[in-house]
Design a protein around this ligand. Structure first.
Ligand code: SF4
Ligand code: SF4
Length: 173
């Protein structure tokens, strides 16, 4: 059996990396042991179908001497998470587009329905249609909440960087 142990998530913090680590393993709940070595920490049992992912990450992180480390991330030179992604639009996003006079952003060719969800359309090269050549977001002030809450440094972020930039473990590109 494998367990994921992480700092207790801060309620209401959409960028809490511990919480995102839980979500990344397909879970939305966690335990808070009151006693023992893990008291005060969050913990979940790793689902069996995630063992290989966790093993890969443990191997990746084994090169570091300490259990925690600082990673130097610069979203402005990265934009890996704006490629080959699936950004679902929420009602609040559509309302924000409308308020900004950009109601068309919730319609083709910018957005489409898929599996009952409204999602952003990607370009042929699989980058988001709103991604500019200089890697900035063309609709940054009104970008979807899925984008504004996406946490730099999360496993999703590091995976995107590995896949899109070939950068391992958050090292600067
Ligand atoms: S992948 Fe991570 S570092 Fe890169 S732009 Fe997205 S959040 Fe920022
Ligand atoms: S809307 Fe902006 S931040 Fe969101 S994926 Fe597209 S380019 Fe990236």
């Amino acid at each position: 059996m494998a367990r994921l142990v992480f700092p207790r998530p801060r309620p209401g913090d959409e960028h809490d990396l511990g919480w995102w680590a839980v979500l990344d393993l397909g879970r939305s709940d966690y335990q808070l042991p009151r006693a023992g070595a893990f008291a005060g920490l969050g913990m979940i049992r790793v689902p069996h179908d995630c063992y290989s992912i966790v093993r890969e990450r443990a191997t990746r992180d084994a090169v570091h001497a300490e259990p925690t480390r600082e990673i130097d991330l610069d979203c402005l030179t990265c934009a890996a998470c704006c490629k080959d992604n699936r950004v679902e639009l929420e009602d609040g996003d559509v309302a924000r587009f409308e308020s900004a006079g950009r109601a068309e952003l919730a319609k083709p060719p910018y957005a489409k329905r898929e599996d009952g969800k409204l999602i952003l359309v990607l370009r042929r090269d699989k980058a988001c249609k709103h991604l500019l050549k200089d890697r900035r977001c063309g609709i940054y002030p009104i970008r979807p909440s899925a984008c504004s809450t996406f946490p730099a440094g999360s496993e999703c972020c590091l995976s995107a960087r590995e896949e899109e930039l070939g950068v391992v473990d958050g090292a600067r590109a």
